[in-house]
Design a protein around this ligand. Structure first.
Ligand code: FAD
Length: 462
């Protein structure tokens, strides 16, 4: 791009947004050069920091007119490379579009702008006796708009669903600058095609999410946590089935295979939870109304599982601090992701009846072919969501080999190549393993319809 084009674009953006929202500063560009994934960092040509949803719409109008490619950035915790700029793109950050706009304390809905960090939102509603159930390790930094764009899942999907299930309404700025308001606040709404669903999980390829109406739950007054040792994946599935039938308030069922547990203990200098080592560990959480009753129900259920030999050993947290300690094993993921870079980080979905065989085959293959690397298996078992973290791979072809083989195996197992992190750029070339040619063709048509100039998050997903 010529200098005069840059100047003309810069001028037009300054006119639309004001000079303090358009940055050419190298340090600012560096801070916006990449997300949490391994996609190579690239400094954006300019960094745009609009203050309002209307600013965002104006920005997109200017960018479309100038046919300038743009990447949308939330909290930059994404693991699929979707928010990492491609060469020549400008970055559009939602960091300042972060107001909590209104709160329906009777109906339990919250209207927010897209740049509100997840944890801030959780804390805000909890102070008012309400609860927003989405929860993930990146909670302090990821934004609610980014969560919607990726249809984030996390630790409580088993009970409350993914982000898609928690959104009542949405406002989106389309690539041509049109604001599409779908700010529905009622739970039941059968008034034609539910257009917001197009944008949830479409990773910023169809429009920029600017506002959301979120569905809240009453704040639970009791949380109980337990860590179980089990002899096999098969036993873990029996435990899950039993607990689902017994504990209506079961909210998490997180599986960690022994290799993950070992790595978690090493990296965070944690003590082994049990006297012996076991093949599989399960972290369980219930969220309910009565601490004593809920705890008794959990204890009784787990005692029964111990008697039947399905659970080998169990620790039930005795305090909030103790519960946090039990969660620490699972929450080492962020540190492990950093330590094993460059890594292959999979967030695949596998039908439950194929999961055990899949893990066994993948582990055997990876250990034989890449004995120097670390291969860790864990997942949100209740949702059939398996995470595999494998690395570090100094040689890019090795990384590609691992991805090709694992994704081919996912296709064979009738699973999906992303259960929650999204496709971004990292999984784009493998999309065909999960979606049919006709589905991909329709996705392209929708993209062309809404973004004919191809300026918004181009090259992500498709
Ligand atoms: P970004 O990384 O900024 O962007 C992600 C994608 O969404 C990009 O394509 C971007 O262009 C687009 N986007 C962002 N904001 C908008 C917007 N307002 N409008 C349109 N498009 C937008 N994910 C899970 O689902 N479950 C987990 O359990 C989980 N655990 C994690 C743990 C750690 C330690 C880390 C680092 C990440 C984890 N993630 C998890 C992944 C990540 O946190 C989620 O994908 C999160 O939803 C991304 O939000 P973000 O605001 O950081 O988005």
């Amino acid at each position: 791009m010529h200098a005069q084009d840059t100047d003309a674009l810069h001028l037009a953006l300054v006119e639309a947004l004001g000079a303090d929202c358009v940055s050419l500063d190298a340090a600012v560009a560096e801070a916006h050069a990449g997300d949490w994934s391994d996609a190579p960092h690239v400094r954006p040509r300019m960094t745009l920091l609009p203050r309002t949803p209307e600013d965002i719409a104006r920005t997109l109008r200017v960018l479309s007119k100038h046919r300038q490619a743009v990447v949308v950035q939330g909290g930059l915790t994404g693991l699929a490379g979707g928010a990492t700029p491609q060469s020549g793109e400008v970055a559009l950050s939602l960091a300042r579009v972060n107001a909590i706009e209104s709160f329906d304390r009777i109906g339990g809905t919250l209207t927010v702008q897209a740049g509100v960090p997840l944890e801030q939102l959780q804390t805000f509603v909890e102070a008012e006796g309400w609860f927003f159930p989405l929860d993930l390790g990146a909670r302090g930094t990821c934004q609610i708009g980014g969560n919607a764009a990726t249809n984030a899942g996390g630790n409580r999907v088993i009970r409350f669903g993914t982000m898609r299930d928690l959104i009542l309404g949405l406002e989106v700025a389309l690539p041509d600058g049109t604001i599409l308001s779908m700010m529905n606040r009622v739970t039941k709404n059968t008034t034609g095609v539910d257009l917001k669903q197009l944008f949830i999980g479409s990773e910023g390829t169809l429009g920029v999410i600017t506002r959301l109406v979120l569905k809240l739950e009453p704040k639970p007054s009791a949380a109980n946590t337990a860590l179980c040792a089990v002899a096999s994946f098969d036993e873990a599935t029996r435990l899950l089935k039993y607990l689902r039938a017994r504990l209506a308030n079961l909210s998490s069922f997180e599986l960690m295979w022994h290799d993950f547990m070992g790595a978690a203990m090493d990296i965070a200098h944690l003590k082994a939870p049990f006297g012996d080592a076991y093949p599989v560990y399960v972290l369980i959480e219930t969220l309910g109304e009565s601490d004593a009753d809920d705890r008794r129900a959990l204890e009784q259920a787990l005692e029964r599982m111990l008697e039947e030999g399905i659970v080998q050993d169990v620790i039930i947290a005795q305090s909030i601090e103790h519960a946090k300690q039990l969660w620490t094993y699972r929450e080492t993921v962020g540190e492990l992701l950093s330590k094993l870079k460059p890594h292959a980080a999979f967030d695949i979905g596998i039908p439950m009846d194929r999961m055990e065989q899949f893990v066994e085959d993948a582990r055997a293959f990876l250990r034989e072919r890449f004995p120097q690397q670390t291969h860790l298996f864990f997942g949100h078992l209740g949702d059939g969501n398996l995470h595999l973290l494998s690395g570090p791979y100094a040689d890019a072809p090795d990384l590609l080999t691992v991805e090709e083989l694992i994704y081919a195996a996912v296709g064979e197992a009738e699973g999906c190549i992303s259960a929650e992190h999204g496709i971004g750029v990292i999984k784009r070339d493998f999309l065909y393993q999960s979606r049919s040619p006709n589905e991909i063709a329709l996705m392209r048509e929708l993209k062309n319809l809404l973004d004919p100039a191809g300026v918004l998050n181009a090259g992500r997903i498709l």
